[in-house]
Ligand binder design. Structure first.
Ligand SMILES: [Zn+2]
Length: 116
């Protein structure tokens, strides 16, 4: 089926193995579609990670909060046990083999993760 890359994020895509789209059932001839309509719900192709998640240490980590400024994120890199492996209050190391993905409350002192 002569689909073009745009078909995957086109509103007219019939999402059928037998039909490219309603306007061009057999696809586009010359790698260009005059009726291409961007689907607002389609994921941009560059986005290969789910939104709000990132890879950390080979594991996909869901990040509960995405409103940090770049400065805040840098601060967290120095501070948060997710990145330092240590409690910012009592400096006790966290068990990085068995890490919580949401709450990083310290088992050794009163420190609780208030970022969630
Ligand atoms: Zn602690």
């Amino acid at each position: 089926m002569p689909k073009i890359p745009e078909c995957d994020r086109c509103l007219n895509n019939a999402r059928s193995p037998y039909l490219v789209c309603a306007d061009h059932p057999t696809g586009s001839e010359d790698n260009f579609c005059p009726d291409f309509t961007p689907d607002p719900n389609a994921e941009p192709e560059e986005l290969w990670e789910p939104e709000g998640a990132s890879y950390y240490d080979g594991e996909l980590i869901l990040q509960p909060k995405q409103r940090w400024t770049p400065e805040e994120q840098l601060e967290r890199l120095d501070y948060h046990p997710m990145f330092t492996g240590r409690c910012p209050s009592c400096e006790m190391p966290f068990d990085m083999k068995n890490t919580p993905s949401v709450h990083w409350d310290c088992p050794h002192c009163e420190w609780v993760d208030d970022s969630v």
